[in-house]
Structure formats: structure tokens, C-alpha cells
Ligand binder design. Structure first.
Ligand code: MD3
Ligand code: FE
Length: 203
């Protein structure tokens, strides 16, 4: 854990090395539990193309997408409720986001070798004033963040295993994405790749 953010771009705060290797392994075993109950799947874009990133969720809501569009749903496509958000993950939220309401969705994104996420805004949540918190595990990823307009200047930084980001203020509606991962750069996941968790208040 570190005392303060060590990067700030348009209000996007990056806590490099927030989780040590022991904490990263502990988080990984929580994620194995989640994925065993709520398996990863490839959401379809509203245009019918599967996303390269595999996903699942924990919490009251999970993020989902198909031909009907992007939305939060209360159950996994297998018909069961999403697993609860582990206490250790909620603790990170309250450490960095203070007295914000509890997160209602922990989206789990899994990036294999060639997976990427195009520039987008996150605005499927009802109250866009609440922050979004992201935790990176596994391989390094090239993260790009810009402004509230798609053509605004962007800045790129490498995110590594254990880094945590908090998007609040102006950055909450900033365009952002993952250009690529550096496959095999971390030993945390035995078969490589990258996991990203995002915590959000949905309602
Ligand atoms: C900036 N995930 O799940 S995390 C997403 O690494 C998403 O998997 C990326 O973008 C990933 O929507 C980036 C960092 C992040 C997450 C949410 C944000 C940056 C954000 C919301 C607003 C602004
Ligand atoms: Fe996003």
C-alpha cells in the first residue's frame, strides 16, 4: 500500500504497487472462487461481434452486452445470482474512495494475448458522480486515457500487477481503453494474460 496517488491525469489517480505480491495472490484466490461460480464469457457487442475480453462479475449487478445493447443485469447468463463481492475487495474501495456507498458491481475482465478494449466512456451507471476503481493483476497493459470528447488528447501509461486506479471528477467520464497487453510480462497467472477488476456503484 502507498500513501498517495503517484500519477494524476484529468483526475485519474494511479496508485502504483498498491497491492504487494502476497495481496495479489490472495485476490487471485478470491477471483478463482468467483469464476468457478460465474464462469467467464465473451459478451457480444450490439453489432453481434464477440468482444476479445472475457468477462464475469460479482455483486448485485453484472455488466452484460448483446444485440440489445450494454446494460447491468442481476444474474449471470447461466441463471444464477452473481457471487458476492469479497470483503477484501470492498476494503480496497473504502480505503481509496472513503465514505462512498458500497460498490454494487465488481466487473472482472480477462485479457488473453491479443485482447484489447477500444476507447469508450463508462456511462451505464445511474449516478456518474460516484467514482470507479480498477485493480490490475497479471501481465502489464498499455492504458490510454483522454478527455470527455473522443478527439481529446490522450495519454498512455503502463499498468502493472498490483496497480490500482481511481476515476473520479472529470476523469469519470473520460474516454479510456486498453491498447494491448505485454503477454508473459508477469508470473502471477500461470497461463499468462491480465485480469482487471472494476468496482462501480450502479443504481
Ligand atoms: C476511466 N476496463 O471495464 S480499467 C472497463 O483495464 C474498462 O479492463 C479497462 O475500461 C481494463 O470499463 C480499464 C481503468 C478504468 C476503468 C473505468 C473507468 C478507467 C476508467 C471509468 C471512467 C474513466
Ligand atoms: Fe471502461
Amino acid at each position: 500500500m502507498v500513501a498517495g496517488a503517484n500519477f494524476n491525469f484529468n483526475g485519474c489517480q494511479v496508485y502504483k504497487g498498491y497491492l504487494d505480491r502476497f495481496e495479489q495472490h490472495a485476490l487471485l484466490s478470491e477471483l478463482r472462487m468467483i469464476v468457478s461460480k460465474a464462469p467467464l464469457f465473451s459478451p457480444l457487442t450490439p453489432w453481434g461481434k464477440p468482444m476479445s475480453v472475457k468477462m464475469t462479475s460479482a455483486g448485485k449487478y453484472g455488466w452484460y452486452s448483446d444485440h440489445k445493447g450494454y446494460r447491468y443485469i442481476p444474474k449471470h447468463p447461466n441463471g444464477t445470482h452473481w457471487p458476492e463481492i469479497p470483503r477484501s475487495i470492498q476494503a480496497i474501495w473504502h480505503d481509496l474512495c472513503g465514505d462512498q456507498p458500497n460498490p454494487e458491481c465488481c466487473l472482472v475482465n480477462y485479457y488473453e494475448k491479443k485482447a484489447k478494449m477500444g476507447l469508450h466512456q463508462d456511462k451505464d451507471e445511474k449516478n456518474l458522480m460516484h467514482p470507479v476503481l480498477s485493480i490490475s493483476l497479471g501481465d502489464d497493459a498499455l492504458f490510454r486515457i483522454g478527455g470527455q470528447n473522443k478527439n481529446d488528447r490522450t495519454e498512455s501509461i503502463w499498468l502493472s500487477s498490483g496497480d490500482v486506479l481511481v476515476m473520479s471528477g472529470a476523469s469519470r467520464l473520460a474516454y479510456h481503453g486498453i491498447d494491448r497487453i505485454k503477454y508473459g510480462s508477469s508470473q502471477l497467472l500461470k497461463s499468462g494474460g491480465r485480469l482487471n477488476l472494476t468496482l462501480r456503484v450502479v443504481d
